[in-house]
Design a protein around this ligand. Sequence first.
Ligand SMILES: Cc1cc2nc3c(=O)[nH]c(=O)nc-3n(C[C@H](O)[C@H](O)[C@H](O)COP(=O)(O)OP(=O)(O)OC[C@H]3O[C@@H](n4cnc5c(N)ncnc54)[C@H](O)[C@@H]3O)c2cc1C
Length: 414
Amino acid sequence: MEAMTVTASTFDVIVVGARAAGAPAAMLLARKGARVLLLDRASFPSDTMSTHLIHPPGMELLQRWGLAERVVASGCPPVTGYRLDLGPFAIAGTPRGTTAAPCALAPRRFILDAILVDAAVEAGAELREEVLVDGLVVEGCVVRGIRGRTRAGATFEERARVVIGADGVHSSVARWVGAPITHEVPALEALYYAYWSGFPTDGEFQLYQRGARGFGVIPTNEGLTAVVVTWPVDEFDANRRDLLGNYLGAFESDPSLAERARAGRRETRLVGARMHNFYRRSHGPGWALIGDAGYHKDAVTAQGITDAFHDAELIARALDDAFSGRRAEAEALATYEHNRDTATRPMFDLTCQLASNDPPSAEEAALLAFIASREDATQDFLSVLAGTMPVDAFFNPRHLEKYDAVPESSPTVQ
Ligand SMILES: Cc1cc2nc3c(=O)[nH]c(=O)nc-3n(C[C@H](O)[C@H](O)[C@H](O)COP(=O)(O)OP(=O)(O)OC[C@H]3O[C@@H](n4cnc5c(N)ncnc54)[C@H](O)[C@@H]3O)c2cc1C
């Protein structure tokens, strides 16, 4: 084993984790002039366990950062339609985009994450790959840096004004600082996916609910389709004994899925996990958590990457305020967490509701059927899923009453 290297405090920020949250945070901070060290135990390009639909607000951020063109150039097809198929009827159509990003895209993570990491390096962040961060440097109650270990076994220590944990749902940084869970909904479902060829999507992000089984269908690079199957969390242990059998067997609950699965070919192994739903305290003296490390939810609504991008924007703004002396660090970080929670909580609640697999109440079923029967309500509802209409703006009685005031357009009930 090599000797330990100890360096002086040369960084403003150390970011642990270089994917959807960490790499853009490093990029934005470096663009603002901060000295940034970006660390990951992985090397890039590399895959990670995640499907990868990026809704229009996430694509808009990539556009603003000057990176959307690189994603499009990867050959990733546009996702122009969204479909929530509930069996008796489907809510299907085109959600609104944003001015800069008309539709969603679903680039493979080994493509997206490499684009983000490259952009962080281009902005001036120092990247160290294949480095395991295995502890924090703490003085008093203040985090002052990290301890790490290279693949070759060399240990090192680096210091910074702030350490950002962007190290995912099982965040070590969160554990080391003792960040408490501030809100939690116990896991509701398990989610498994594989990539298929010859599995048509009509350019749509498709969600199906069939009894206790849910499905997600997402078109991605190289003509492949990510095909997701979910089941309730209380089947998690039992179904692990025959994951593939349970995954493939689920398709029989819908003729269109069964037909596509029979005609198509599964190209990759099956991966997946139990889906956790929680918020963590995400700031303290000398530290912050972003992305899944600070806030995690079921993947059914595919919000994680877009949320991670928003976190990167919020934390970069907060730390720039702190470093430039416009605000005290503690106040700036508290504002980051407050703004994140306020912006995401309605979608967190809706996500948990959709992931619960509870059959809708009579009132909810009537509302969903009503939405499916009207083009305007369909577009609004799908825009909620796409993140271009706030959850609260749609699900409130005054908004829903407005549909009664205008004549019905052509129905989309199947
Ligand atoms: C099955 C599944 C499907 C999903 N589908 C979608 C979807 O369609 N759309 C969507 O928007 N979101 C989806 N998500 C959610 C999305 O994957 C996450 O929200 C997103 O990846 C969060 O990014 P992150 O940067 O916070 O964490 P991660 O992507 O988990 O990255 C964390 C990084 O930290 C590194 N790291 C961890 N610990 C250390 C350490 N000690 N030292 C050094 N490095 C470390 C890891 O190597 C990793 O690279 C899905 C998730 C799952 C599990």
